[in-house]
Design a protein around this ligand. Structure first.
Ligand SMILES: Cc1cc2nc3c(=O)[nH]c(=O)nc-3n(C[C@H](O)[C@H](O)[C@H](O)COP(=O)(O)OP(=O)(O)OC[C@H]3O[C@@H](n4cnc5c(N)ncnc54)[C@H](O)[C@@H]3O)c2cc1C
Length: 422
């Protein structure tokens, strides 16, 4: 791995050969997450591809010229020609491998794959999921000197990191941007010394053996596991949704509302998330039509009152979406009036869906006792039906899913485990 500057770019990168170049910054958690993956792959692919890094802040003009707008960003060059593929944000090892493989022959890729050596590491506790529940458990365990590893398929922060504003987390007088709250929780736990393996592919989870395989080669074993995998947005399951997911249909206002400046948007849902996020989207969009299946919104009164006072928002009650069809730049949402069965076509620039969540339990669904809605049942110590396996946060069976309740669950599980282990 060689560190270069703009002055060396032409000679080291453009002069020829295959190059993978990492534009990194300091005080950048996603850069810290990608660095060990990039270095590990440099050892594997180093004979064929040169691995280089460049400090983005000190080489800004070149970074901008190359289209690098965030850190980390990985660029790839073949004989001086830049690949159209750039990787940025929470970059997975598998994403980098995919790009590196595309630069080599199949035979060479096969040879390199044979050199990958499986690794095994052992910890006292393995936490799956780095949202508020998992991060809090990690903090308490670390402060109790319990050797803990925190694994997440994305960057740390969980759903908080994609919530635009949090006004009900105690300790802050003013509302906090969700990404900052998530960042601070994560840094506190990391600074304590908890080991992070984030933006990884979780290939296999064996709860009986208390073993998780990440990125297909790294086996991590522990005496106890805490499941803190949270929930994911429900999909509507109507025609056109799958095709337009991420291409006009979004499930995250914080991520995508900014793309709808002065545009018209449809919001599906009527609970707290839908109402609060519609209000947020209205900072950007010129018009919002909410589609809600019931006669009245189900969000709390304070959120409803704020929405009713918002002149950009109108609400279609007792309607459900039936299909999404692309029409040039627009999306046509066909909605059915549940009372008279009439179909109306809503033309908009984008659609946001907030119709509830489902627990992230796909990799161990059959192993644990669940409630009727698929959430994991736990006792008062957060222990599940399987010895040594705990669960905390939104993924467990409970009445109220909030940051404070996830944090409380994480605290309880960590204290219970620390007592047992110590
Ligand atoms: C739009 C929105 C707004 C909200 N606003 C508020 C609010 O204002 N106040 C409030 O208190 N609460 C709010 N909430 C709820 C709050 O965000 C959640 O209750 C809280 O984040 C739950 O924390 P958690 O740690 O259980 O799960 P999450 O925050 O969901 O984190 C779970 C983590 O697990 C990871 N993961 C998933 N599957 C796997 C796997 N197989 N292996 C490893 N990792 C995995 C995910 O990547 C994620 O990082 C809001 C939620 C949403 C969706």
């Amino acid at each position: 791995m060689k560190e270069i500057t703009s002055a060396e770019f032409e000679q080291e990168v453009l002069a020829g050969g295959k190059v993978a170049l990492d534009f990194y910054s300091t005080e950048c958690p996603p850069c810290e997450a990608v660095a060990p993956k990039f270095e590990g792959l440099a050892k594997l692919y180093g004979a064929d591809i040169k691995f280089m890094k460049m400090f983005r802040q000190q080489n800004k003009p070149l970074a901008e010229k190359l289209g690098v707008r965030s850190s980390p960003t990985l660029l790839f060059f073949d004989n001086g020609v830049q690949s159209p593929v750039t990787l940025s944000g929470g970059i997975k090892r598998s994403d980098i491998i995919h790009q590196l493989d595309s630069m080599l022959t199949n035979e060479r890729v096969e040879e390199i794959k044979k050199e990958i050596k499986p690794t095994v590491s052992e910890f006292d506790v393995l936490i799956l999921g780095a949202g508020p529940g998992g991060l809090t458990a990690g903090l308490y365990l670390c402060q109790s000197k319990v050797n803990t590893v925190l694994i997440d398929i994305a960057l740390p922060g969980g759903q908080v990191a994609t919530t635009h504003e949090v006004s009900n987390y105690p300790g802050f007088i003013d509302p906090q941007p969700g990404y900052m709250l998530g960042h601070n929780m994560s840094e506190q736990t990391k600074l304590c010394g908890t080991i992070y393996k984030v933006a990884v592919d979780v290939s296999k989870i064996d709860l009986e053996k208390k073993e998780v395989v990440v990125d297909e080669f790294e086996t991590i074993r522990a005496k106890k596991i805490i499941i803190a995998t949270g929930t994911s947005p429900n999909l509507m399951g109507v025609p056109g949704e799958k095709e337009m997911k991420g291409k006009g249909i979004s499930y995250c206002a914080t991520c995508d509302a900014k793309y709808y400046g002065d545009k018209e948007v449809v919001v599906i849902g009527g609970g707290n998330s839908a109402v609060e996020e519609a209000d947020f989207i209205s900072r950007f969009a010129s018009k919002i039509t909410m589609v809600h299946q019931f006669d009245a919104l189900t969000a709390n009164k304070q959120a409803q009152d704020k929405l009713f006072a918002n002149p950009k928002v109108s609400i279609l009650y007792s309607h459900e979406p039936r299909s999404f069809v692309r029409d040039g730049e627009k999306i046509i949402t066909e909605v059915e009036n549940l009372k008279n069965k009439n179909i109306t076509k809503l033309v908009s620039d984008g659609v946001f869906v907030f119709i509830g969540m489902k627990p992230n339990i796909d990799l161990f669904r059959d192993k644990l006792e669940l409630d009727n809605w698929g959430y994991i049942k736990t006792d008062e110590d957060m222990l599940t039906s399987m010895p040594g396996i705990y669960a905390v946060g939104d993924v467990i069976s409970k009445k109220y899913r909030q940051i404070t309740t996830a944090v409380a669950d994480g605290t309880i599980a960590a204290i219970a485990i620390a007592k047992e282990i110590n």
